[in-house]
Design a protein around this ligand. Structure first.
Ligand code: HEM
Length: 145
């Protein structure tokens, strides 16, 4: 489930416009200069779908977060919760609560797409990316008591 959640947030990073920094010094990369005081907005969704950082970026593959594969990733290639000392303090809480909520739903229901052909569309609302609409069918499971 951990891998599935990470891959979901790689594909559709909710905090798509949430990672920004201000440069504290002039930085010269040779081909690009960032002056002191400039605000930098990290293109999280672009990075999450870039083949500079990911093999087959448009393929949904939770196994890319298996411990062995994860260790090979660039430290800033996955930024669903930001990066570095100012990354999201709610990350662990989100991971735990999402797993509990999903486990409770999956215990009672199987989930199917209402229309398997339909592509999930997302829209960006100020700082967060949210699904435009998600139509799924929940089928009750036979839970033995
Ligand atoms: C799916 C849910 C969430 C996502 C995707 C998310 C994502 C993010 C991102 C991308 C940042 C910016 C990190 C950076 O600049 O490096 C951030 C910062 C932050 N998040 Fe979250 N977050 C989530 C839920 C939460 C929750 C539940 C809490 C509180 C319980 C929380 C508290 C914070 C705080 C306080 C910061 C600012 C940290 C700092 O500036 O030092 N977040 N979050």
């Amino acid at each position: 489930m951990e891998r599935f959640l990470m891959e979901s947030m790689r594909f559709y990073p909710p905090g798509v416009n949430s990672v920004s920094r201000v440069s504290v010094t002039d930085v010269d990369f040779g081909h690009i200069c960032i002056p002191k005081g400039m605000e930098i907005h990290v293109p999280v969704e672009y990075i999450h779908h870039s083949d500079d950082f990911w093999e087959r970026p448009e393929e949904f593959d939770p196994d890319r977060f298996l411990p062995g594969s994860r260790a090979k990733l660039h430290s800033c290639s996955y930024m669903a919760f930001g990066a570095g000392p100012r990354s999201c303090i709610g990350q662990r809480l989100v991971n735990i609560t999402t797993k509990i909520i999903l486990a409770k739903i999956l215990y009672k229901f199987t989930i199917e797409l209402a229309d398997p052909q339909e592509q999930l569309k997302c829209v960006v609302k100020i700082l967060t990316m949210v699904p435009d609409k998600v139509l799924v069918k929940l089928k009750p499971r036979q839970v033995s008591k």
